[in-house]
Design a protein around this ligand. Sequence first.
Ligand SMILES: C[S@@+](CC[C@H](N)C(=O)[O-])C[C@H]1O[C@@H](n2cnc3c(N)ncnc32)[C@H](O)[C@@H]1O
Length: 262
Amino acid sequence: MPTDYRHKMDVAYQSAIRFGESFGAAHYNLGYAADANGDLRSCQEQLVERLIAATSIGPRAIVVDVGCGSGGAAIHIARTRHPMLTIGVDLCASNVVYARHQLEQSGVASAVRFVEGDAQALPLRSGSADVLFNLESAFHYPDKERFVSECGRVVRPGGTVLIGDLVCTGRFPQVLRAPGTYFWTERQYRESLQRAGLEIASLDDVSRAVHRSVIAAMRSVRREGIRRWWPCRRALAGVAVARFLLRCKLLRYVLIRAIARS
Ligand SMILES: C[S@@+](CC[C@H](N)C(=O)[O-])C[C@H]1O[C@@H](n2cnc3c(N)ncnc32)[C@H](O)[C@@H]1O
């Protein structure tokens, strides 16, 4: 991973950290709103729940959250599913520091670890995870094929890979691609997972519910006034672009559950 990519990502996510601090958001994801009334925090938690809903996580399970950001999902999984260990991995040192800080106040500190690492070369042993969880992070990876192959390597045979990502449709104009974003089509995902020995058990399009959540989030942020949101304007600009692309149906939001072949 080139250092300047890591550095750019680190700078970009400083703004997301400020957003988390300022608005009390435990996650960086766009959220899932079943109806128009969701508040940001519960919508973000709802998206995590949607991704893990069909997966059983037992008391002896090892869960890995790749691209864990502020650590919200790893902490949520530890609190609600009680696996033996949840390991959050993120490329940015500042996110890892922030996630560790959130963990201190979570009550599940002994069951969660946060480490620095690249999704395209995971610092984990082969077959060491029962569940690999990856929410809204893969669109940042320049080499997604390597990431998917790392999923196939790290998850044990019979284990589950859960990916929530923005995928592009055939109509997506590359000029709209922001720096640091690399979108795949659904077909590219399907073919790559197959090559990595991962069988797709379900693939759900949740674009409408994510779009609803983004609209509600932007509305509540605007209500707070410029002094509150100005320090995190960079993160909010990214959210506004995602909203536009989802609205125009140039991007879709999909949740994928795949099982590693035994
Ligand atoms: C939109 S945030 C989502 C964070 C978290 N999954 C959530 O739902 O709140 C994307 C995260 O991916 C991380 N990331 C980007 N490139 C990465 C890479 N190559 N390896 C690991 N993490 C990466 C970023 O640092 C950021 O924390």
